[in-house]
Design a binder for this molecule. Structure first.
Ligand SMILES: *Cc1c(COP(=O)(O)O)cnc(C)c1O
Length: 224
């Protein structure tokens, strides 16, 4: 039977230099996270604010916690004091709520804007037009307690690899254009978060530099 540390090593050995691994530990117990932590993994991703906050309390304080799931505005407060990166920012209202909690905690909260690239309706995210509108708005420019560090997206769940590649390619292109137009002089805008267990190799080929991998490390989940 393969262990968390063995799985982690296999995944890590397959990642090119410069690619950040977020070990997605949602639904998994503290012991499994500790096994990965003790093998050198320091970045973990969760998709529920409460679960994330509970794990933060329980586990070593030098872990970098990423919120990767859909975040409700009224839950931002649970993670605002410590979260290292929020991947799924998909509206001005959410960003405003994060900015407000950042101010309360006297910190600047790093965020990625989530872009809708899949053909499935259910996946969250902004389209290119909404992204532009957001980045141009005065409201956005007034936010001092959030820092946009890049973009995130999820491809359609399908066996059609060319479709997945084309969706990731679209996001990479949008990332480059956004960087060029709005963040040229801003070296913090550098993260392109795309790719999960089933599709990260395709995502890497399309230019991802941050992958979010759960089941290939921790095994299948019973739910979510
Ligand atoms: C669960 C989840 C992942 C990881 O999924 P796996 O298929 O287990 O690797 C990545 N990103 C997001 C947003 C998730 O919710």
């Amino acid at each position: 039977m393969s262990s968390v540390s063995e799985n982690l090593k296999i995944v890590k050995d397959g990642l090119p230099e410069g690619v950040t691994l977020v070990a997605v530990s949602k639904t998994k117990p503290a012991e499994m996270i500790m096994e990965a932590y003790e093998s050198g993994q320091s970045i973990f991703g969760e998709n529920k604010a409460r679960e994330l906050a509970d794990k933060y309390e329980e586990l070593p304080k030098d872990i970098d916690w990423h919120m990767i799931g859909h975040l409700q505005r009224n839950k931002v407060k649970y993670i605002a004091p410590f979260v290292s990166l929020i991947h799924g920012v998909d509206s001005m209202r959410l960003l405003r709520a994060i900015n407000k909690e950042g101010a309360k905690n006297d910190r600047v909260i790093p965020c990625l804007l989530q872009i809708h690239i899949a053909s499935e309706e259910s996946k969250f995210g902004l389209d290119a037009g909404e992204l532009t509108e957001m980045l141009k708005s005065d409201d956005f420019k007034s936010f001092d307690h959030v820092k946009i560090q890049g973009l995130m997206g999820m491809a359609t769940f399908t066996d059609d690899e060319s479709k997945v590649a084309s969706e990731f390619g679209t996001l990479k292109k949008l990332f480059d254009e956004t960087k060029q137009q709005y963040f040229t002089a801003d070296s913090d805008f550098s993260i392109l978060s795309m790719g999960m267990s089933g599709d990260y190799k395709i995502a890497l080929a399309e230019g991802s530099n941050m992958v979010r991998i759960g089941s290939s490390i921790f095994g299948a989940r019973n739910y979510q």
